[in-house]
Ligand binder design. Structure first.
Ligand SMILES: NC(=O)c1ccc[n+]([C@@H]2O[C@H](COP(=O)([O-])OP(=O)(O)OC[C@H]3O[C@@H](n4cnc5c(N)ncnc54)[C@H](O)[C@@H]3O)[C@@H](O)[C@H]2O)c1
Length: 329
């Protein structure tokens, strides 16, 4: 099976190269280029393409892949909200993903953001490097004894619930389908989770229903000095409303691994460029906001699991028995 990988970085190649030996008859070609309707044509002669989370897998791209004879899109990630599912169906292309690789990779990053904004680690690091040993502006709160509100308690949210429970926090949650294994969690309606939590962490997928679920009216319901963490998808939060809430001094801290406009920047080094978006620039200007560039998944364990499952997906498809739970469409 010949697979053309788009938008690869050295760390992708390293992870896949070290797993490839376990799979016979799989050939990989790595490209730096992102996929679009033009570059998709490079896939002529390949059985599958492998794409990452920010790839814009629109109808025209899928049409071009279909014309090239590609039958399989392998998403080397869990999320697939950028894939036009109707178009994939129309062009007879199967889409497979890696639904679970290491929930702890993401929940630990959510915690890292929560700790960092709470104790102002981003500011303390810079201050001490500048010989400023003053503690002014660095007051945080104990998480112990406080309430964590987890929105979405699937694989990652459940891991976050366990971590917060381990810290001695009371854990409340909102999910359309409560997770019965989390017997220490109290499920409540969304509004109550918003109004009772000291730390709110988002872990539900982006759907029509969850789009902008955190808008200004949701922010108004939150406690003053709440900490808000989003490692799920940027568009769960209405960024303009978030900025309004930050300006109204609602938040002790905001930690974002994902944000609405990340598609334009994510995984790229733009240090010599001028940001085209004033919304992201405004977000980056607040002292109580930490933004990371979609790195929740980025641990050695997660990369190894992603490459193994992606290649298992490829081989299972070629054998005519694609792994059912990994098929998106
Ligand atoms: N930052 C990263 O690097 C990174 C990596 C992987 C996944 N993610 C994000 O994390 C999200 C969660 O991943 P997961 O593996 O835990 O998914 P999952 O499918 O195991 O869990 C999602 C949970 O959300 C719940 N849910 C669905 N719709 C809801 C709604 N309207 N309101 C409340 N809850 C709802 C589901 O019932 C489920 O329990 C993914 O959708 C993805 O967007 C981010």
């Amino acid at each position: 099976m010949k697979i053309l990988f788009f938008d690869t970085k050295p760390y992708d190649r390293e992870a896949f190269d070290s797993t490839l030996g376990e799979f016979e008859n799989v050939e990989i070609t790595y490209l730096d280029a992102e996929i679009n309707p033009q570059t998709a044509r490079l896939a002529k002669g390949y059985d599958a393409v492998c794409l990452f989370v920010a790839a814009d897998v629109c109808e025209n791209t899928l049409a071009a892949l279909g014309e090239c004879g590609v039958k399989l899109v392998l998403m080397r990630c869990a999320g697939f909200n950028n894939v036009n599912m109707d178009a994939a169906k129309k062009f007879g292309i199967t889409v497979m993903r890696v639904p679970s690789y290491s929930p702890e990779a993401i929940s630990e990053h959510a915690l890292a953001l929560a700790f960092a904004v709470n104790r102002h680690i981003h500011k303390a690091y810079i201050k001490v490097r500048e010989n400023n040993f003053s503690l002014m502006g660095l007051t945080g709160m104990n998480f112990y004894g406080k309430t964590a509100g987890i929105i979405g308690t699937g694989k990652i949210g459940a891991s976050m619930c366990r971590a917060c429970h381990g810290l001695g926090m009371k854990v409340i949650a909102y999910d359309k389908y409560p997770n019965p294994s989390l017997d220490f969690v109290t499920y409540l309606p969304l509004d109550e989770v918003l109004s009772k939590s000291d730390l709110i962490s988002l872990h539900c997928p982006l759907t029509d229903e969850t789009y902008h679920m955190i808008d200004f009216s949701a922010i108004e319901k939150m406690k003053d000095n709440v900490i808000l963490i989003n490692t799920s998808r940027g568009a769960l939060i209405d960024t303009n409303d978030l900025i309004r809430g930050i300006r109204a001094h609602k938040f002790a801290g905001v930690g974002l691994d994902v944000y609405e406009e990340e598609g334009d920047f994510v995984f790229e080094n733009l240090e010599d460029d001028i940001l085209s978006s004033s919304v992201t620039a405004r977000l980056l200007s607040f002292p109580n906001v930490i933004v990371t560039s979609h790195q929740g998944f980025f641990t050695k364990e997660a990369l190894a699991a992603i490459s193994r499952t992606t290649l298992e997906n490829a081989v299972s498809f070629e054998r005519g028995a694609p792994i059912k739970e990994n098929i998106v469409i």
